[in-house]
Design a protein around this ligand. Structure first.
Ligand code: PLP
Length: 440
């Protein structure tokens, strides 16, 4: 389609990058069909839950003040519980982000003297201060809650023997991070999370299992609640907000766990009864309604990026062929210049702020400088096309999102074009990758 090529040329994509992208896209058609089927399944799940909960026009209206009897808020929480197959859910604009949702779930369900265990290695960077791995004011450590960690084995499997040894009479809660975050370990499938939970409950049935579900929602047909998680926790400015939620987090799980979290978020005694939804409910409802489609678009972007960059000789996790359990794609460039070029390319393809140039900076909560690219409608929304890379070896970028597959595709092509323009990827290398019949 010549007109399309012209349009891409106008967007700054040269002929060679365009044609390479076309070849990669063509090969991915069967995989994209599979992604669409999962999206379709999840769309039914969401609509079904909305119908079961009798979502009505009145639910779109918000409350102010205390927020007693907020029909839309209470119904939305029932919808989330329906989608995640849990007894209850807390879905609030007062939960400011994913870290806050996780901190809330932990701090409200742990008591002094308890121990927290991560059997899947180091948790997400921002949780280090929540737990007190890096000392911080108000951390779990300051409240006398200890922490233990069992790393994954070198091949990515669970170290069952060490997990058995780490579980003790003080272990109260186990935190399982589904997505890899800023690590190069594989992301856990819901099935594997289920196996881990079954193992833990087999030894200590009373231990609570919490899953950090950030970036994992709607990538598979199952969610952690389907395989025994007591709490599933995430951010609304990632997958379940569908790019429309302007703020928010959720905790879906066992009734008592959710109640603990509500008592901590508002106040003992008040719990879920207060918390005005202001004007965000329509965005929350529309966001969760669109989330399966948006997640499918982001997933296509991730698969496309892996298949574009792997033949060029860059390390990609997950690799080009692997099955997907979250929307994050890690690409290792090995040099700061590669990370910067990639992120600046993503930025240049954005609908908002395409004219600004991202640079590495000292972000709160992270221990190295980070470069972040995002031209987002909702500030910081990482279900929108965005990329970030800590400026430390192995110099990898973590890339995710795209509210639409077409935008994701443009952004990824633009990133490659930037690498080509700066001589980080040579024309010969591009040529060799394009003609390699071995790539899928
Ligand atoms: C994004 C993320 C978090 C933290 O969420 P924020 O909204 O950035 O605070 C926690 N865990 C994982 C795996 C994440 O991807």
């Amino acid at each position: 389609m010549e007109h399309l090529e012209e349009m891409y040329a106008r967007m700054g994509i040269g002929k060679q990058v365009y044609e390479y992208g076309e070849a990669v896209s063509e090969r991915l058609a069967p995989r994209f069909r599979e992604i669409d089927r999962i999206g379709e399944y999840n769309q039914m799940k969401v609509i079904g839950a909305m119908q079961d909960c009798r979502v009505s026009e009145a639910c779109m209206l918000g409350t102010t003040g205390y927020g007693y009897n907020d029909l839309g808020r209470d119904t939305l929480e029932a919808v989330y519980a329906g989608i995640f197959h849990t007894e209850d859910a807390l879905v609030r604009p007062q939960i400011t982000c994913g870290t806050h949702a996780l901190a809330l779930a932990l701090m409200s369900n742990l008591r002094p003297g308890d121990e927290l265990l991560s059997p899947v290695g180091k948790p997400y960077d921002t949780l280090e201060e929540v737990i007190g791995i890096r000392p911080s004011r108000g951390s779990l450590a300051e409240y006398g809650i200890t922490y233990r960690q069992v790393d994954l084995l070198p091949d990515g499997s669970f170290d069952y023997e060490s997990i058995r040894a780490a579980l003790n009479e003080r272990t109260r809660l186990v935190t399982i991070q589904r997505s890899k975050g800023y690590q190069t370990r594989p992301t856990l499938s819901v099935k594997r999370i289920g196996e881990l939970i079954a193992f833990i409950k087999g030894i200590r049935p009373e231990v609570l299992c919490m899953v950090d579900n950030c970036y994992g929602e709607f990538v598979e047909t199952m969610e952690p609640g389907d395989v025994g998680a007591d709490m599933t926790v995430g951010s609304l400015i990632k997958n379940p907000g569908g790019g429309l939620a302007p703020i928010g987090g959720y905790i879906a799980g066992r009734k008592d766990c959710v109640e603990n979290a509500a008592f901590r978020l508002t106040s003992p005694g008040l719990g879920k009864e207060v918390g005005a939804s202001l004007g965000v409910l329509k965005d929350f409802y529309q966001g969760i309604f669109l989330a399966p489609t948006v997640t499918a678009s982001a997933l296509k972007g991730a698969v496309f990026a892996a298949n574009l960059y792997e033949p060029l000789g860059f390390g990609v996790v997950p690799d080009a062929k692997e099955s997907r359990h979250d929307i994050i794609q890690a690409i290792t460039f090995g040099t700061p210049e590669g990370v910067i070029a990639f992120c600046q390319g993503i930025q240049a393809a954005a609908p908002v702020d395409s004219h600004v140039t991202p640079e590495p900076w000292d972000m709160p909560g992270y221990d190295a400088e980070v470069i972040m690219a995002a031209g987002a409608f909702v500030s910081g929304s990482s279900i929108e096309l965005s990329a970030d890379g800590p400026m430390k070896p192995p110099y990898a970028v973590y890339f995710q999102g795209g509210l639409t597959w077409f935008h994701a595709r443009l952004g990824i092509l633009k990133s490659l074009q930037t690498l080509v323009d700066r001589g980080i990827v040579s024309a010969e290398r591009l040529c060799a990758a394009a003609s390699d019949p071995g790539i899928r």
